[in-house]
Design a protein around this ligand. Structure first.
Ligand SMILES: [Zn+2]
Length: 126
């Protein structure tokens, strides 16, 4: 059996190696190396987590749709604010759902990157 491959945890780097370096030769980060099977487990856990958040958001969105629909006699009486909030919830739920699935299947780099971009942008405006 071949020795296990190691991979850099840095999502922008993902440097593969047959041995764990204490400093990554590609991105220069310290102690980022884990075994590839460890990496896969982390991906599954992370993906499942995002999937759960996505399902949760969609559930809230559906619940709110029912709530809003029962408050108004017809859907044409929905205010812009209601519609925007609901669309946002559905959109966010769908993005987390898709992101979770793509992380679990080994991808999801675009998803992590957009979350990081979103988080850093939010910090800048504070
Ligand atoms: Zn690296």
């Amino acid at each position: 059996m071949a020795a296990e491959d190691y991979v850099c945890l840095n999502i922008e780097c993902r440097y593969h190696s047959s041995q764990p370096f204490s400093v990554c030769p590609q991105c220069g980060h310290h102690n980022t190396f884990v075994t590839q099977s460890n990496m896969r487990v982390r991906g599954c856990i992370g993906g499942a987590l995002f999937l759960a958040i996505g399902c949760f958001l969609l559930l809230i969105a559906v619940f709110m749709s029912v709530l809003v629909a029962s408050q108004h006699t017809s859907l044409t009486q929905l205010t812009d604010k209601d519609v925007t909030a609901l669309l946002l919830l559905y959109g966010l739920g769908a993005v987390f759902l898709i992101g979770g699935i793509s992380i679990m299947t080994g991808g999801g780099r675009w998803f992590i990157r957009s979350i990081i971009a979103f988080a850093t942008r939010g910090r800048r405006y504070k």
